[in-house]
Design a protein around this ligand. Structure first.
Ligand code: GDP
Ligand code: IMO
Ligand code: MG
Length: 433
């Protein structure tokens, strides 16, 4: 991690680019790994020594016992899911070196019911949410009747706050959406006081801890969730999630100021694109070809198991991510999957009503009309175990010439270095150029 103490990993597409894998890869040099936004809508997969770990809330540095994992104030937490994740890791013999910001907001059962009701209401202007309660918890935070994890450690205050939030949410669920909600306020109160007992030891002032760590020269690695096109402000609104996920949110979602601080910002780009849920998708493949790519890349959601929509790499999207996050390095993942196709395409611009557009438009109607302008490449030979080992041993020069051509073309088009290359799901199937 050279002199730079802060590294931020962000998704540059619609999520599932391999952020978990790359975070785990770099976590070996980190003192802290921090989640700063999103919630358990995220699903991050790590494969180490043939063991698979699926994480939703716990940062992907957790497999290193000396790394401190932090869930920052910007994350929204479903305590039931978090406790299950902690339990799973402990049962597998992993040390859970975890600290949770007392300022992080809690997903409550009524948020999940509200998410379900909202999804029906929003129809084609919805995002196809993961139904984990993300939009409602973020809305309650902005309404200022959200419940922070620190609140459940103060039972009297929690009771008063819960009453306000419960009445508000249940009113909307039952009266506006005519849906039912059966859990009583007392049941929720008792359930969450139970979580408080189990989580108490992890909850602390992580903002202060990170500040001190930075001052003491520690290395801090930030792990983004979701991807740029799902960012609340810069993504394809309203088909987004409800948190910001571009790199500048790392400061907000962890309480560590990054002004004037040297940062390395790694943008995760999958060599093709996948999308779970609703939105325009300019490079989406027709179902027959999509199925081939989906199965080759195992593009089924880690969180929901839903089949992901898939398409060719879209550099208009990547350009926006580089610009909005200030990306210094691109990690290109799943290059092995493209060897299943003889010809592969890369979208370099959109054709919108006869006009060539190279930067992402904000207008939903323009995005719906956009047609991809492609450059076509010949793919490379299948990456066998033997080939993979050769790449690991000899690095970039050992990669197939056609793959290098493809990578170097991308670099030119986006004016950013592609210097982290991933050709398999395992931790060691990664090379630095
Ligand atoms: P995240 O949400 O960005 O962390 O990504 P996910 O973990 O949800 O999805 C990425 C999937 O691709 C996971 O199943 C990873 O194990 C897998 N993966 C990551 N990098 C590679 C790669 O280079 N090649 C292959 N074949 N799989 C990869
Ligand atoms: P990771 O971190 C892929 C998508 C959902 C939906 C939209 C809004 O694994 O990359 P939400 O439940 O957040 O209100 O859903 O965002 N979405 C993701 N898609 N990967 C993710 O996370 C996602 N998190 C949210 O499918 O379209
Ligand atoms: Mg994922």
């Amino acid at each position: 991690m050279d002199k730079t103490q802060i590294t931020i990993i962000v998704g540059s597409q619609w999520g599932d680019e391999g952020k978990g894998k790359i975070t785990d890869y770099f976590a070996i040099n980190a003192d802290y790994v921090v989640r700063f936004q999103g919630g358990n809508n995220a699903g991050h997969t790590l494969i180490v020594n043939n063991e698979t770990y699926k994480l939703h809330l716990i940062p992907s540095g957790i497999l290193y016992p000396n790394v401190i994992s932090i869930i920052g104030n910007g994350v929204v937490i479903d305590p039931k899911v978090l406790l299950q994740e902690i339990k799973n890791l402990k049962e597998r013999g992993n040390k859970v070196n975890l600290k949770i910001s007392e300022r992080a907001h809690l997903i409550m059962p009524y948020h999940i019911a509200m998410d379900e009701a909202l999804s029906g209401h929003q129809g084609e202007l919805g995002a196809g949410s993961t139904k984990r309660g993300i939009a409602p918890v973020c809305a309650d935070k902005a309404y200022r009747h959200g419940i922070r994890i620190g609140d459940i450690l103060e039972p009297e205050l929690f009771k008063i706050k819960l009453k306000k939030a419960y009445d508000f949410n249940i009113g909307i669920i039952t009266k506006v959406f005519q849906s039912s909600f059966t859990q009583s306020i007392d049941e929720i109160y008792d359930e969450y006081l139970g979580y408080a007992k189990e989580l108490k030891g992890y909850i602390t002032d992580t903002e202060l801890e990170l500040h001190k760590a930075y001052k003491n020269g520690k290395n801090i690695l930030y792990e983004g969730a979701q991807g740029m096109s799902l960012d609340l402000d810069h993504g394809m609104y309203p088909h987004t999630t409800s948190t910001n996920n571009i790199a500048s949110y790392a400061g907000v979602g962890s309480g560590l100021s990054m002004y004037g601080v040297q940062t390395k910002i790694i943008g995760l780009v999958k060599a093709y694109v996948s999308r779970v849920g609703v939105s325009p998708f300019v490079t989406e493949l027709e179902e027959e070809k999509a199925k081939e790519l989906r199965d080759a890349g195992n593009e089924y959601g880690t969180t929901t198991g839903r089949p992901r929509r898939v398409g060719w790499l879209d550099l208009v999207q990547v350009r926006q991510s580089i610009r909005t996050s200030g990306i210094t390095d691109i990690a290109l993942t799943k290059l092995d999957i493209l060897s299943n196709f003889e010809k592969i395409k890369v979208c370099i611009a959109y054709d919108i009503d006869g006009e060539r557009v190279t930067e992402m438009p904000a207008s939903l109607s323009k995005l719906r009309q956009a047609k991809p302008i492609y450059e076509t490449f010949t793919s490379w030979e299948k990456i066998t175990e033997e080939k993979s080992n050769e790449f690991i041993k000899n690095g970039y020069t050992a990669l197939p010439e056609k793959m290098k051509e493809y990578i170097e073309f991308i670099e030119q088009e986006i004016e950013c270095m592609v210097n982290i290359i991933s050709f398999g799901p395992k931790r060691n199937q990664t090379i630095i150029k």
